[in-house]
Write a protein that binds this ligand. Structure first.
Ligand SMILES: [Cu+2]
Length: 123
């Protein structure tokens, strides 16, 4: 019985390792909800950003609602270098980050230490 369990756990681990190294890891991408004159999207901050890529419509003012669940101070700031934004993210509070969508393109954001990354795609 113990042997069977060990074998199953072993196989599961091997499967996980194979998936981890060879599986397709598409970054999670989400399109903002667009209303007439604004668009918004919720981003959860927990060991990284979810979604990691946010798609915004050009020309419509955008708000990203960041909520940090992660207790680590690593993620307590979010920085958008292209927009000159450096926003503090207190834990379990939702902070709005307004994005100027007048220019199409791809813009990265990162935690205060540049360790975790996300991306806005404006098109
Ligand atoms: Cu960090």
């Amino acid at each position: 019985m113990t042997k069977t369990i060990v074998t199953i756990v072993g196989l599961a681990l091997v499967g996980f390792i194979i998936w981890w190294f060879f599986g397709k890891h598409e970054t999670e991408s989400e399109i903002a909800d667009v209303a007439a004159d604004n668009q918004s999207i919720d981003v959860e901050v927990n060991g990284g950003y979810s979604p990691e890529t946010v798609v915004l419509k050009q020309g419509v003012p955008a708000t990203l609602n960041f909520t940090r669940k992660d207790p680590s101070s690593c993620l307590d700031r979010v920085v958008f270098p292209d927009f000159g934004i450096n926003q503090e993210l207190p834990q379990n509070e939702t902070k709005e980050v307004k994005i100027d969508t007048s220019q199409a393109g791809e813009y990265e954001w990162a935690c205060g230490m540049d360790m975790f990354h996300g991306k806005i795609v404006i098109k």
